[in-house]
Ligand binder design. Structure first.
Ligand code: AMP
Length: 134
């Protein structure tokens, strides 16, 4: 198990987390989303600008800026709950497991992350082609 660089930090909240980001507002119910699933650990909703016939975002309930932040600071229950929810959404809610789908998480500038709250993209509903744009 790697050592956390900032021992003593509370889990659940990134120190530099932007509480005004659009997904924080969705979690607080301040702006609507097209929800497909919710539990104690995750919320899943349709992407507002879909890049595939199925394009759903899964976000943790905790305030984590990106995958880097989540993988470093989320506790075991948060990680387990979040990834179980994402699998459930792809499999049972969206019915994508048989034909296949892609999950993707962008982190930081070179990763192309736009919204600073950790999210998984789930893409499906067609042959998705090569992994990265040429
Ligand atoms: P990323 O580039 O990985 O940060 O992706 C952010 C995603 O959030 C993009 O695919 C956007 O289309 C999507 N998005 C932004 N605002 C909303 C919103 N209000 N509801 C649903 N999806 C959104």
């Amino acid at each position: 198990m790697p050592t956390k660089p900032d021992a003593g930090r509370e889990t659940g909240y990134a120190e530099n987390y932007d509480h005004d980001n659009v997904f924080a507002k969705i979690l607080r119910g301040e702006i609507p989303c097209n929800k497909v699933y919710e539990d104690d650990y995750a919320l899943a909703f349709h992407d507002i600008n879909p890049q595939a016939p199925v394009h759903v975002l899964v976000i943790p309930k905790g305030h984590y800026t990106s995958f880097d932040d989540f993988s470093n600071w989320a506790d075991e229950a948060e990680m387990t709950g979040f990834f179980q929810a994402a699998g459930h959404v792809a499999r049972e809610v969206l019915g994508l497991a048989d034909k296949g789908y892609r999950i993707l998480a962008n982190h930081g500038v070179e990763g192309g992350q736009e919204v600073p709250h950790f999210h998984l993209h789930i893409f499906g509903g067609k042959q998705l082609g090569s992994m990265l744009a040429k």
